[in-house]
Design a protein around this ligand. Structure first.
Ligand SMILES: Cc1cc2nc3c(=O)[nH]c(=O)nc-3n(C[C@H](O)[C@H](O)[C@H](O)COP(=O)(O)O)c2cc1C
Length: 387
């Protein structure tokens, strides 16, 4: 199999497994503790049944819409993911370029390898910036200002990672703080020569949003120790208002699983919320995102946009999220696997696969316009919930 005949996101995952060193492949393909929430994110989509309609004119179907007022070719954004530049060299730049060409938003993580400036230099349209609130407020102020200077058109404030969920695979692989380099790592990299060659061809190897912007973070060891000590345990809703004021543009609060949190986020100024359990990487035992989506949609009403992430590995899941009321979705691993499988072209392939599946699903439900997809497409009868 190669990129050209990869038909599903799972095909891309298989390719990525062959091409990315084990520790970084595992870093993406893991959840916290038992990984039950990671698994539930995808599995719970199977409980949703769609209504089939026939004899409907299906010409000129439209998937295009807006997310936060921005035109998108399909209601899907790339989720912020840390260390994306370790799936392949310059990973953030490659993913951002694929997203830009596909006309969907790319979100750069605070914990990215390529910096905000690196991505801005290699793209022409605005992208989105994800912020982790840290104790060093002066650094956070500068970071927000840098995102503004780079023309980022929305800020995603992640609120579910002030304390770190534990991922066993990362610890076994030595991907801990500080990172430990052992012969095992050398071996894992040596067995992926193309990955190594590309890495040797770039100077972007550490957390470039932070390195060089905070004193005493010169080497990777110091940098990771500094970062781990920085997540602010005192994050409050007032901070949402503070971030919004400083950034000046739309703020999206990420990590909402409870309607009360959605309401608070909006009260303190969020224009949108992302229903998310961090891809099952934080509270293991939390419900899947799709399970809590309807309650959040009910609570939010028309006061803000509601997005969902977690377990979107097909266009069918994207459509199911819209059927249950989401305005759009974010994809994490789906694009990371594409990236590992084939760099920028691999991310494009992931976007094409999901979009194509979404289009076919929409058509088979008898819909021509993504704006018409909603609760009316849900199949329900007495058996619902029992399968
Ligand atoms: C490898 C990896 C790294 C991540 N890093 C971040 C991050 O830096 N900031 C953040 O807000 N979310 C991060 N997330 C969570 C994603 O933004 C998103 O919530 C999650 O991936 C969605 O689930 P999915 O991967 O099943 O699509 C990360 C997820 C993965 C898989």
């Amino acid at each position: 199999m190669n990129l050209g005949n990869a038909l599903t996101i799972n095909d891309l995952k298989k390719l990525a497994r062959r091409r990315v060193p084990k520790m970084f492949f595992d870093y993406a393909d893991s959840g916290s503790w038992t990984e039950s929430t990671y698994r539930a994110n995808a599995e719970d989509f199977n409980q949703i049944l769609l209504n089939q309609r026939v004899a409907v004119n299906l010409e000129n179907r439209k998937l295009g819409t807006k997310m936060l007022g921005q035109e998108v070719s399909v209601p899907m954004a790339l989720a912020p993911t840390g260390l994306t530049g370790m799936q392949t060299a310059d990973g953030e730049i490659k993913a951002a370029r694929a997203a830009e060409k596909f006309n969907v938003p790319f979100t750069i993580s605070t914990m990215s390898v390529c910096s905000i400036e690196d991505v801005a230099e290699h793209t022409s349209k605005p992208f989105w910036f994800q912020l982790y609130m840290m104790r060093d407020r002066a650094f956070i102020e500068r970071l927000i200002d840098r995102a503004k200077a780079a023309n980022c058109s929305a800020l995603v404030l992640t609120m579910d990672l002030q304390i770190l969920g534990q991922r066993h695979k990362d610890i076994h692989n030595g991907l801990s703080t500080p990172p430990r380099f052992t012969p095992m790592h050398v071996w894992q990299m040596a067995t992926r020569p193309l990955w190594c060659m590309r890495m040797l061809g770039t100077r972007r190897h550490s957390f470039r949003n932070i390195a060089g912007h905070v004193e005493g973070t010169g080497d990777l060891r110091k940098l990771s120790v500094w970062t781990a000590s920085q997540f602010d345990l005192n994050l409050t809703w007032e901070d949402v208002a503070w971030v919004k004021e400083r950034f000046g543009g739309p703020v999206i609060v990420k990590g909402v699983l409870d309607p009360r949190d959605a309401e608070a986020a909006i009260k303190y100024g969020a224009e949108a919320v992302i229903v998310s359990n961090h891809g099952g990487r934080q509270l293991d035992g939390a419900p899947s995102s799709i399970r809590v989506l309807p309650a959040i949609v009910d609570a939010v009403g028309s006061k803000a946009e509601v997005y969902l992430d977690g377990g979107i590995y097909s266009g069918q899941s994207l459509i199911k999220a819209l059927v249950l009321g989401a305005k759009g979705v974010f994809i994490g691993r789906a694009f990371l696997w594409g990236l590992g499988a084939g760099g920028e072209a691999g991310v494009t392939r992931a976007l094409e696969i999901i979009t194509n599946e979404a289009d076919i699903t929409m058509a088979l439900m008898g819909e021509r316009d993504i704006h018409d997809v909603g609760p009316g497409n849900l199949y329900s009868n007495l058996l619902q919930g029992k399968n």
